[in-house]
Design a binder for this molecule. Structure first.
Ligand code: ATP
Ligand code: MG
Length: 431
């Protein structure tokens, strides 16, 4: 297991606490990450000093979560370090906790969610306090609740989602009793605020390199059935596709998390459900995220499976015009990822399939981007506008709108038609 090296600023803070007669221990995610060899920046300290004592001991502090005992201490460089008073939860209702200070380090570790998150290390002596054998579970690569799993999940239902995220992030298995408690939690997850559910999903998309397995676990545990029914029956390839999306964000919009979230709702050849927007709103998607997800879902539905797309330039131009220039890159990425996820057969066939998908994608992408940025695909791109139409006697507002749409339709068929004379002649001829 890797060595623990807390940053000097954290050691300084711990020294100040200890000189004043208090204990100070590194706890939580940073200790866990250091032990598995992942570098972290957020080193949290736990102490028996009360929040007001922490505030008194340091010159610059921020009351980040004072009611839960957390004071942010700013170091010389202005970096914030969280110092939290040992606490136990005296009352819990599945989403809120009432906390009490005056606990010991052991009691503080006992209220933490998983054994791998309940290890304390002294910042200088590097003495380890690990009453729940978190290091054993780290070595065995398993997520296990501290204490009785069903009870711990009852106290805070968010733990069910956190367990799945940590399992995905570290590629760990889940201890059977903990897994049963997660599945047992599913019917009660409605107690969680949708903001927290959305945040967890975002963290999965941001932190888990290949989230398909985690999403399948959400499904198997009944979590999607309880929280996002639209995803409960998604074909496995939909989740698998997310593993195949590019890891780096596309140039410009959207970022990786937004693209992964959007891909959750896209099905090639199948129109998205009419209430997709309502589903996304319930999941607290922002307007921008929701717009992207709906646009991508519709564009992917209209394109159909990448492996069988045979459209000529007219078909492709109409597709680009319908969904917009900016939807082309994300929609094609999702279509490619889905196609790659579906590739099967033996190793040789699978490799040929992957190559074929990528080649098809490249050709399609090149054609679609050329169309998007070269061809006239919106009314604003037409060689004529409403004023021009008035000069040939079309003056009624509605008629102008209809004529422009008809002209765009003709131009989508053949961009060479986009000339002033040609379009005005066409407008005159129109009924
Ligand atoms: P991340 O890398 O996602 O920040 P983390 O383990 O640091 O992982 P935090 O949410 O920052 O997670 O919480 C810090 C620590 O607080 C955890 O390691 C765990 O010990 C404890 N903790 C956080 N949330 C809970 C919870 N819902 N129930 C019990 N303990 C929790
Ligand atoms: Mg953290």
């Amino acid at each position: 297991m890797s060595r623990i090296v807390p940053p000097p600023a954290v050691i300084d803070i711990a020294r100040t606490l200890e000189r004043a007669g208090f204990e100070a221990w590194c706890v939580g995610g940073a200790v866990r990450d250091a032990l598995v060899g992942i570098e972290t920046l957020d080193w949290d300290l736990a102490t028996n000093a009360r929040p007001e004592e922490v505030q008194r001991l340091f010159r610059r502090t921020v009351p980040v979560g004072i009611q839960f005992g957390t004071v942010g201490v700013l170091d010389r460089a202005g970096v914030l370090h969280e110092v939290t008073t040992f606490r136990h939860d005296v009352e819990t209702d599945g989403r809120h906790a009432v906390v009490q200070f005056g606990a010991s380090l052991e009691e503080d570790l006992a209220r933490r969610d998983f054994t791998i998150n309940a290890i304390a290390v002294h910042p200088e002596r590097l003495e380890v306090r690990d009453p729940f054998d978190g290091r054993t579970d780290l070595a065995a690569r398993v997520i296990r609740c501290v204490g009785e799993p069903a009870e711990r999940m009852r106290e805070d239902r968010l733990r069910a989602l956190r367990a799945l995220r940590f399992a995905g992030r570290f590629d760990f298995t889940i201890d059977p009793a903990t897994w049963s408690a997660i599945a047992g939690s599913a019917p009660h997850l409605g107690r969680l605020s949708m903001e927290r559910v959305k945040q967890e999903l975002e963290k999965v998309m941001a932190q888990v390199a290949r989230p398909a397995r985690t999403l399948e676990r959400y499904r198997e545990a009944g979590i999607f059935a309880a929280l996002v029914p639209a995803l409960a029956d998604a074909p496995p390839a939909r989740f698998a596709a997310i593993d195949h999306l590019p890891h780096r964000p596309l140039a410009g919009r959207p970022g990786r998390v937004a693209l992964r979230l959007a891909a959750l709702f896209a099905e090639p050849g199948v129109a998205p459900p009419r209430d997709l927007e309502r589903t996304l709103k319930a999941l607290r998607f922002s307007n921008v995220e929701s717009r992207l997800a709906v646009d991508v879902a519709q564009a992917v539905a209209a394109l159909g499976p990448l492996a069988t797309f045979e459209g000529d330039d007219v078909v492709l131009r109409r597709w680009v015009a319908e969904y917009g220039r900016l939807v082309v890159p994300p929609a094609l990425r999702v279509a490619l990822a889905r196609a790659r996820a579906e590739g099967g057969g033996d190793a040789v066939e699978a490799e040929a399939w992957q190559r074929d998908c990528v080649a098809r994608f490249r050709r399609l992408h090149r054609r679609a981007m050329a169309i998007a940025w070269r061809d006239p695909i919106t009314i604003g791109d037409l060689a004529v506008d409403g004023d021009d139409l008035r000069t040939v006697g079309i003056t009624d507002g509605r008629a102008i709108g209809e004529t422009l749409r008809a002209l765009l339709d003709a131009v989508l068929e053949d961009p060479a038609r986009n000339t002033v004379d040609g379009l005005l002649a066409r407008a005159r001829r129109a009924p």
